[in-house]
Design a protein around this ligand. Structure first.
Ligand code: NAD
Ligand code: G6P
Ligand code: MN
Length: 467
């Protein structure tokens, strides 16, 4: 069997330890010869790197593991690059969220003005990173999680139009499936083949087919959500943090108001902006929760393994902590399976790499260009839809026409995304203002200008110059 070579860009990401562990867990099915972490922040990455050295020494002997800030070392002779960079870091995420909230507008990482500001940083950084990777490994598969994925995908489509080995993905729809598929007779995500369409963090499930029987079980799930009280059946409350408990519970309300399809959780920011602003604390946003929670937890985890010098025979033992189940039923004897507390993230990207590596053509939700996929939506729109993915890249399933409600929402949101990318690529203040004004989360021009000017001041060198 061929042995593959994998790089993780954004090696210092809080999601990297789970990805490294996942690569070890699938070693029999996806053999590797080399794993390399790449980051621009040497110190941040070193915590994860020292953990990775122990992990691979104990669980994957024979694999060459290293971490580096040298792109030549990172990207030469690579088959897959898994990308999860956060330009500006969590410190700028905090500003992305807090600035609009000061004006009573949604303050969120990827939705509304926060996503715009994050996009201004991510678009140039991603373009530079892809160019760098291509210099050393022209045919490597680049599987990208970096947010805001919708805006990043619109930009990479324009700058690298023929690069079918560059694929943008998101873990939200499959996390939704992990949680809600059990409403259909206890099914699991892997029992289901979904149909879904929209922009990233802005879409709807239209069907969930049982892989064995072909039956669409989405109506059953929707019916239960409409009745409410699903949390009692699923028991997700108390297993996630308050933000996600609120968000998954809110899905019930969305289905009660719009019973025909299952929306992405992020639709709450567009359909209920007042509720979401009221639910936010302008002095302590999601970024603060992540800084005080996941970021600290992941660093402590890696540092503890490094100080023990081993995982086997400790509460970190890989095989035992995963066989003990997900973080949701960790009992203290072993560490929770995923340290990021995200069951889907590492699994999904590794499954995707394997489907490509072995030309399996399994079905994944991928962000891909609309070329008649949803016939009544703009061509060029970067749709998140079900695709078969194999050695030739992603091939989308054709979908039915979007309804008037969804089409109206999507075309407005796509105008915002296009203008945001124009602003980043052209350095245009006018386009940036238009982007914020067309976003239904802002709408008012004077408000848009105030928020934009505060972002420009807060971001300094992190932003492209907007003239
Ligand atoms: P993080 O800040 O912990 O990690 C990001 C890492 O990227 C940092 O170590 C940082 O130094 C590094 N970095 C920044 N710019 C870089 C560049 N130009 N080149 C190389 N490295 C660079 O962030 P996190 O919370 O772990 O999230 C990582 C990324 O994954 C974010 O973009 C986040 O939005 C994204 N994410 C996406 C999804 C999805 O569904 N698409 C899901 C989860 C996370
Ligand atoms: C989901 C989304 C990601 C997003 C993440 C935020 O996984 O799909 O795009 O980055 O949630 O999680 P956080 O814990 O950082 O707020
Ligand atoms: Mn996402």
């Amino acid at each position: 069997m061929k042995q593959f070579s994998v790089a993780i860009a954004g090696g210092g990401s809080t999601y990297t330890p789970d990805m490294l562990e996942m690569l070890c867990l699938v070693r029999e099915h996806f053999p590797l010869r080399r794993v390399v972490l790449y980051d621009i922040d040497e110190t941040r990455q070193a915590h994860i790197g020292r953990f990775g050295e122990i992990l691979f020494r104990e669980y994957y002997p024979g694999v060459e593991f290293c971490y580096t800030t040298d792109p030549a070392k990172a990207f030469t002779d690579i088959d897959f690059v898994l990308v999860q960079i956060r330009p500006g870091g969590l410190a700028m995420r905090e500003q992305d969220e807090k600035i609009p909230l000061r004006h009573g507008v949604i303050g969120q990482e990827t939705c509304g003005p926060g996503g715009f500001a994050y996009g201004m940083r991510s678009v140039p950084a991603m373009i530079e990173l892809v160019n760098t990777i291509r210099r050393y490994s022209p045919e490597a598969w680049i599987l990208n999680y970096s947010n805001p994925a919708a805006i990043v995908a619109e930009a990479t489509k324009r700058v690298f139009p023929d690069d079918f080995r560059l694929i943008n993905i998101c873990d939200m729809p499959i996390s939704i499936m992990d949680i809600f598929c059990p409403l259909a007779g206890g099914r699991k995500r892997m029992d289901i083949e979904p149909r879904y369409y929209g922009l990233n963090h802005f879409g709807w499930f239209t069907a969930m087919y049982d892989k064995q029987t072909g039956e669409d079980v989405l109506p059953e799930i929707l019916e239960k959500l409409q009745k409410g009280g699903c949390d009692d059946e699923l028991g997700f409350s108390g297993k996630n943090d308050d933000y996600w408990n609120f968000t998954f519970k809110h899905l019930e309300k969305m289905v009660q108001d719009y019973p025909h399809s299952l929306p992405n959780t992020y639709m709450q920011y567009y359909l209920y902006p007042q509720t979401m602003v009221a639910h936010s604390d302008p002095n302590y946003t999601r970024a603060n929760t992540v800084i005080d929670g996941r970021e600290k937890r992941v660093k402590a985890y890696c540092d503890e393994v490094a100080s023990l010098g081993r995982m086997r025979g400790t509460k970190f033992d890989l095989d035992r902590k995963y066989s003990a189940g997900s973080h949701k039923n960790a009992d203290g004897e072993f560490e929770s399976a995923t340290v990021a507390h995200n069951d889907a993230h590492a699994t999904y990207i590794v499954e995707l790499a394997m489907s490509i590596a072995y030309n399996r053509n399994d079905v994944f939700l991928i962000i891909t260009e609309n070329k008649g996929v949803v016939p009544n939506l703009s061509d060029g729109m970067m749709l998140e839809v079900a695709c078969r993915v194999g050695a030739r890249g992603a091939e989308p399933f054709r979908m039915e026409e979007a309804g008037t409600f969804e089409k109206g929402l999507l075309e407005g949101q796509y105008a915002y995304e296009k203008l945001a990318v124009d602003a980043a690529l052209e350095g245009s203040y006018q386009k940036a203002l238009q982007a914020l004004a067309v976003s239904r989360t802002v709408a008012d021009t004077d408000l848009a200008r105030t928020i934009l000017d505060e972002y420009i001041a807060a971001n300094g060198e992190h932003f492209p110059v907007l003239k």
